[in-house]
Design a binder for this molecule. Sequence first.
Ligand SMILES: Cc1ncc(C[n+]2csc(CCOP(=O)(O)OP(=O)(O)O)c2C)c(N)n1
Ligand SMILES: [Mg+2]
Length: 382
Amino acid sequence: MADSALFESTPGEADVLSVLPTFDEDPTSVSHDIPEDDLLRMHRVMTLTRALDERGMRYQRQGRLGFYLPSFGEEALQIGSAYCFEDDDWMFPHYRVPGTALWRGAELDQMVANLFGNRDDNGRGRQMPVHYTMSEINWVSVSSPLGTQVVQAVGTARAMQIRGEKKVAVTYFGDGSSSTNDFHTGMNFAGVWKAPVIFFCNNNRWAISTPFEQQCAARNLAEKAIGYGMPAMRVDGNDVLAVAQATRSAVEHARAGNGPVFIEAMSYRMGPHSSSDDPTVYQPAGEREEWQRRDPIARFRRYLTGTGVMTEDEVKGIEEECAEIVLASFKRNEQVEKPTLESLFEDVYAKMPDILREQSDFLVAFEGGEVREDTSGAEFPL
Ligand SMILES: Cc1ncc(C[n+]2csc(CCOP(=O)(O)OP(=O)(O)O)c2C)c(N)n1
Ligand SMILES: [Mg+2]
């Protein structure tokens, strides 16, 4: 009979490459070698991300946007990680990392155009709000089905590896997405191929209303990487400096041809899952308040003012400026017309087939009131 003690041993935290439990430490005690200009830009983009989220939620509540999904509380993990990639590396995001695009120089107006689904939106109103697509900055479209971006990132990393390019891919996903088939498929083959890909998990402890404990029987997600033959690390996701330090070492490892790395950034979803959600019906009382004490932006501000990089007035100035930039973009984009009806049929074929042209003409006539009923003879395919 097997020794039952065998079953009591699970992979330990000792197997995880590095643990950086910096929660609640004095923020000014962190040592790093990030130049001051970069610190200032990090702060600015974190603040801009927060401003975008605040305005998005307000517009939705005012009935001026159909949907919004904020990333409150996860700004440090977005900016700290994005900081570590080169412009020609590839990002495969999920919906809760708009700050990674802003860090890479995404046009704010382009993102806000997506929220309104207007004529300036490069997705022409066909995607959900917050599902941005920005190939010009190597930032691949956000897909609603969870985990699909994981295999896309691995495939891309593998292709770059075969071509002998020194580029890496990164994929962002949540704790809940670690339960998808695609997560495990991607992790497995990245390990087998030693593909240059970073698996960046935003462990914000919730997947809509499902808490981490109902998602995962292991003590943490980083340990799963061990089974796929890749190093992993856990990092305080609310400390932008710690995230940058962890991600930089992971990127160096992958770029040098040593294979993938898994990063579990410990954080908390400080807002609702989306504008359609009310977390007060499922989150334990006081939990959010506890995490608000660890607000990553407030923490970074304490670091910057405590070390003399910025004054309180300068911080306030940046906050006001970001809020204004975002509001101006919302006001502009709200005025832009919606895409034309015909645009529904465009962008699929280089030359539109006659059958689509007929349907397009019919729809336009129908909506314009010129046709009262469907006279095309087609039956609804039940
Ligand atoms: C394959 C799939 N299953 C379920 C859903 C519905 N869904 C959308 S978001 C979400 C929660 C995801 O949680 P997590 O991965 O932790 O990311 P977070 O929203 O916390 O950032 C679920 C279950 C989906 N979009 N795709
Ligand atoms: Mg989550």
